[in-house]
Write a protein that binds this ligand. Structure first.
Ligand SMILES: [Zn+2]
Length: 289
């Protein structure tokens, strides 16, 4: 079921979710692991958590050892120099982008931070609306914070049994519950709607009232939709770009999201849009119970 070739419509207000951040992280791993940051310039200091001058200073001559994703955060592992902090954590907020380019390329507008790499390239953090953040901190601090976040849906820890158990205590609607980062991380507005459609579960159903077969179907749908979206390098929406500045290709595979009034790909009934927690939910009232 592929969305017909047309100009992707774009809804404002959507933020990068797990597949978009994972796509960027995989690109960055390929592009910058092993590179050394020679100089850092903070252009928009409100993006930095902590002191911007100390941020610039601490990043001088630091090697990038690895890049990983935790929830919707991009986590750079830096070689430790002396006792300096060794995790650079970037959260893209709504409109953040991390781009890697040659030194000769024209810099984008809305530049937030410029990292010069010792090999002559630049890694740039760009953010139009500036809801994103960059923070340098010791690994132990980061790990403590990371333990407070919910389970990674693509990890081995996440199982149908765990999802069922986690859903037992909540009265909120399952769509809203899925977006709560304290339970399961990385699922936002787009993939919550898509996973619920694939699972045949109504977004309005009270979380703790889901039957075991429904949480099992939802587990499968979450894992499937996230993996598929990663394979297509994420969903194109207003501001998302991967590390090369390209748009994601998953937008044409969305089955219900942003398709209000269009026929359901399974039964042909019109897709409905409702608002839950201030966000649009798209679903088929016939297929989702
Ligand atoms: Zn339907």
């Amino acid at each position: 079921m592929v969305r017909p070739e047309n100009t992707p419509r774009q809804r404002p207000g959507e933020v990068p979710e797990l597949p978009e951040v994972e796509t960027i992280v995989r690109d960055l791993r390929r592009l910058v692991v092993g590179s050394e940051i020679s100089e850092t310039a903070v252009v928009k200091s409100d993006l930095i958590r902590g002191d911007p001058r100390a941020f610039e200073e601490s990043l001088r001559d630091r090697q990038i050892r690895n890049v990983e994703r935790r929830a919707k955060n991009i986590v750079f592992h830096l070689a430790r120099a002396g006792t300096g902090p060794d995790r650079l954590v970037i959260n893209l907020g709504m409109t953040g982008r991390v781009l890697v380019q040659a030194d000769s390329a024209a810099e984008p507008t809305h530049l937030g931070v410029r990292f010069r790499l010792a090999d002559g390239r630049r890694m740039l953090y760009q953010d139009v609306r500036r809801f994103g953040s960059l923070e340098l901190l010791p690994s132990e601090f980061w790990e403590r914070r990371s333990r407070g976040l919910g389970v990674e849906p693509l990890s081995e820890t996440f199982t149908p049994a765990l999802l069922h158990r986690l859903t037992r205590t909540s009265r909120v609607a399952i769509k809203t519950w899925l977006m709560d980062q304290r339970r399961v991380v990385g699922i936002g507005n787009i993939y919550a709607s898509e996973a619920l459609f694939r699972a045949g579960v109504s977004p309005r159903r009270a979380t703790r009232r889901l039957l075991r077969r429904q949480t099992a179907a939802l587990y499968d749908a979450i894992v499937e939709v996230l993996n598929e979206a990663i394979a297509f390098r994420g969903t194109t929406f207003l501001d998302y770009r991967d590390a090369s500045g390209e748009r994601g290709g998953f937008v044409r595979r969305l089955l219900v999201y942003d398709r209000e009034g269009e026929p359901c790909p399974r039964c042909g009934s019109p897709i409905r849009r409702i608002v839950q927690g201030g966000r649009s939910t798209f679903f088929c009232p016939k297929c989702q119970r």
